[in-house]
Design a binder for this molecule. Structure first.
Ligand SMILES: [Zn+2]
Length: 92
């Protein structure tokens, strides 16, 4: 099993995509009704700014003969991306 120690996120200060060093990683594997999520606290290697990424639950896939939790590509959740609200955010 490969240990993940870096994550690719956009740094708002460097204004580029960086491979940030993971400081803390929390996995929530979900329940019967709710999907899991993987939240990562990382540090930009260029400016040392903290970045928080989230990865969605992509379910379990068989790898090397055992079922492994698979996470989506990370997206930055903090600082909030300065983008207009997309259709992916449901209206209240
Ligand atoms: Zn940076």
């Amino acid at each position: 099993m490969t240990e993940q120690n870096s994550i690719v996120l956009d740094c708002p200060l460097c204004r580029t995509r960086v491979r940030a060093e993971i400081a803390a990683l929390l996995e929530y594997f979900g329940g019967e009704e709710d999907p899991g999520v993987c939240v990562t606290l990382a540090r930009c290697p260029g400016c040392s700014f903290p970045l928080v990424g989230a990865q969605d639950d992509c379910g379990y896939q068989k790898r090397h003969g055992s079922m492994t939790q698979v996470w989506s590509d990370p997206k930055r959740v903090w600082p909030r991306p300065n983008v207009n609200l997309s259709g992916s955010i449901p209206c209240p």
